[in-house]
Write a protein that binds this ligand. Structure first.
Ligand SMILES: *Cc1c(COP(=O)(O)O)cnc(C)c1O
Length: 375
């Protein structure tokens, strides 16, 4: 039997060990260590932002972003239905209401032409989420935030190193966020970052990150925060990873290119769009969507690939189909046919940075074998 190909394995063969040893040798392992600041400065600089606030993960970065922007009880936030639950969690926990739009069928990102119709007097913000490798078409979104005076939250968790018309993803939001989970382009094991150019927002985010301790009277609190701090150990890994971001992005490009070449003639499969007029796909993950002629859904395709010893993951499940939101009376009567189709017929192949060309070829052979039989 051939060996199992996992859906993701991180690549940690730069200076990660050296920097971690530095933490251990000096005893600086908490969030007070110097790698945290270095990592914040380096990522902010890379993305062209004034402030970076390192946090414990990308989900909580969104929670802090929503609260820091003053979004609360009764406010509405427009976001894609096709995204991770973290986006909705941040909105709902702040007491605000998620309002969703469907996907664009080609890019799988939010269909920005549907946003304006969802804007009401209660709308406070738009939360854009760049999905799977291509950014959201930002120009129309920026025009709307200007026209209606809305805040912009940019979830760039999957977009390290990506650009929109040459401008870095993570530089568009009033607040932008990243995740460093091990399947992202750069990882800290667990981790996240909040980026902004607004000094006041940066201060609010760092206060929320650290239990809203006050500089003057530390243990007297005016507000409730969280402990969202990133440790020096995590930041040490993050800094070593960030040094190699360009290399990682180039590697993802060639992974995507090779998969696309190998799968181009398999009928019944929709492959990721290699580029749009504003960006090249960076293939955070290499997704496949089963066309109508395939008589089964993603769950079955994934099961069959598992029999070939290949790991996969399903696509996101739509927010408007989440039981947890329905139970709260949210998003109950929505219809987003494109996203519903993607959720049922989409999944992704092994896409990690450790994946070899040989493994990619083996995955492509298995996909071909399964889908040549299926049509
Ligand atoms: C990974 C991811 C997150 C969450 O990040 P964690 O660090 O896992 O909490 C948020 N949004 C998107 C779009 C993601 O892909």
């Amino acid at each position: 039997m051939t060996s199992f190909i996992p859906v993701n394995e991180p690549l940690l063969n730069g200076k990660e060990k050296q920097y971690l040893n530095e933490c251990i040798d000096t005893g600086w392992i908490s969030s007070e260590g110097s790698f945290v600041k270095q990592f914040e400065v380096a990522l902010a600089e890379r993305v062209g932002r004034k402030y970076g606030i390192a946090v414990c993960n990308g989900s909580m970065a969104l929670d802090a972003a929503v609260v820091a922007l003053g979004i609360g009880e009764g406010d509405e936030v427009i976001l894609p239905t096709f995204t991770i639950i973290s986006c909705a969690t941040a909105i709902v926990r702040a007491g605000a209401i998620p309002v969703v739009v469907d996907c664009h069928p080609d890019t799988w990102n939010m269909d920005v032409s549907q946003i304006e119709a969802k804007i009401t007097s209660k709308t406070k913000a738009i939360m854009v989420v760049h999905i799977y490798g291509l950014p959201v078409d930002m120009a129309p979104v920026l025009a709307l935030t200007q026209k209606y005076g809305l805040k912009l939250i940019e979830d760039a968790a999957e977009m390290h190193g990506q650009t929109y018309h040459g401008k870095p993803c993570g530089s568009f939001g009033d607040i932008s966020t990243f995740s460093f989970y091990p399947n992202k382009h750069i990882t800290t094991g667990e981790g996240g970052m909040i980026l902004t150019d607004d000094e006041n927002l940066a201060q609010r985010c760092s206060s929320l990150r650290n239990l809203c301790f006050q500089p003057q009277q530390r243990f007297i609190h005016e507000e409730l925060g969280w402990n969202l701090r990133m440790s020096n150990l995590q930041a040490a890994v993050g800094l070593a990873q960030l040094e190699r971001l360009d290399e990682f992005v180039a590697q993802k490009h060639s992974m995507g290119k090779l998969y696309t070449e190998l799968l181009a003639n398999v009928s019944g499969l929709e492959l990721p769009v290699p580029h749009t007029d504003y960006s090249e796909n960076i293939y955070w993950v290499y997704g496949l969507v089963l066309k109508e002629e395939i008589p089964f859904e993603a769950v079955e395709a994934m099961k069959r690939l598992r029999q070939h010893n290949i790991g996969t993951r399903p696509f996101f499940w739509c927010l408007h189909e989440q039981p947890v939101l329905h139970k709260r009376g949210l998003l109950q009567n929505e219809s987003c046919p494109v996203a519903e189709g993607l959720a049922r017929r989409g999944f992704y192949l092994p896409s990690g940075l450790k994946l070899t060309q040989e493994q990619i070829r083996r995955v492509a052979e298995a996909v071909k074998a399964i889908f040549t039989r299926a049509c």
